[in-house]
Design a protein around this ligand. Structure first.
Ligand code: AMP
Length: 283
């Protein structure tokens, strides 16, 4: 596996793959790799000739009071996992090469970036679309892989890729969970023992609401109340940012549940903010 830290070199390397007619599967990550990330890597390997994985904790998607400085980092272990998975190229760019001092060009997907997490993390998705656009321009992949765990991110990246003609196939992979239902996340490392015990309540709330809708309930309000009630049973959950029912394409809240809806929750356990979601398909 080659390890590249300079964007220009990564671009030249990927261009060579492209010119040799190789398909490229690209997996962007922020490192602290777990089975969720590795499921994307395995899928990329299955579907492409070449697999490229980036590890970059993107500073511009963190707000001033967020966890950029304390974000979990474990580059040696990450590289070991990527080698073991037989990845072709690991791209670990230097921050100063990604964002020179006079960096001033941003990509924004209007309207959908302000909803759900975007409403609570101003500028977050502008940071995400900007770095994903840069990484796609550097690696020029055939397919790019994202996890459903960050559902809003997948909607925004798909929209950006379509609107700006990136010509890349955006592949969304299922959320990988711990045995007790907790969605795997690098941020789970922040949880203390009591918070870790309580954290599966997010998935329990989503599952309870999903069961309710699958049993014929059409009212999104009822589903919302079910989620709120389940989350309230766990005192370790100190704040619910949102727990609601959305159209999976527009990310607008819905009142009446028809064919397909997104159930999504963001909750804080002390200082740790966790998100999770499920799709309910009634058609
Ligand atoms: P991150 O390093 O958190 O930016 O995540 C990198 C990619 O891995 C994103 O596309 C995430 O949606 C995906 N990912 C993170 N956690 C999981 C998970 N539990 N299951 C599937 N994909 C995940």
């Amino acid at each position: 596996m080659e390890i590249i830290r300079i964007p220009r070199i990564a671009q030249e390397t990927c261009r060579k793959y492209f010119l040799r007619g190789r398909s490229i599967g690209f997996v962007p990550t922020m490192g602290a790799l777990h089975e969720g990330h590795m499921s994307l890597v395995r899928r990329a390997k299955l579907e492409n000739d070449i697999t490229v994985v980036s590890i970059f904790v993107n500073p511009i998607q963190f707000g001033p009071s967020e966890d950029l400085d304390s974000y979990p980092k474990n580059p040696e272990e990450d590289i070991r996992k990527l080698r073991e998975a037989d990845v072709d190229t690991a791209f670990l760019p230097d921050g100063s090469l990604m964002y020179p001092n006079d960096f001033s060009t941003y990509v924004t997907a209007d309207s959908i970036s302000d909803k759900l997490c975007g409403g609570l993390r101003p500028g977050h998705f502008r940071g995400v679309t900007t770095v994903v656009a840069k990484l796609l321009n550097i690696t020029g992949p055939t397919r790019v892989y994202f996890g459903q765990k960050d559902f809003q991110q997948t909607v925004i990246v798909r929209r950006m890729a379509r609107d700006l003609n990136f010509g890349v196939e955006v592949v969304v992979c299922p959320t990988v969970r711990e045995d007790d239902g907790l969605a795997m996340s690098s941020r789970n490392l922040y949880l203390d023992a009591e918070q870790r015990r309580a954290a599966p309540v997010l998935y329990r709330a989503l599952s309870a609401a999903s069961d309710l809708l699958n049993s014929g309930q059409k009212s999104a309000q009822e589903a919302r109340m079910f989620m709120e009630k389940t989350l309230a049973e766990e005192p370790v959950v100190t704040h619910v940012d949102y727990a609601s029912v959305y159209d999976p394409v527009t990310l607008e809240e819905v009142d009446e549940v028809e064919s397909e809806v997104l159930l999504a929750v963001a909750a804080r356990l002390g200082k740790v903010r966790l998100i999770d979601n499920v799709i309910v398909n009634l058609s």
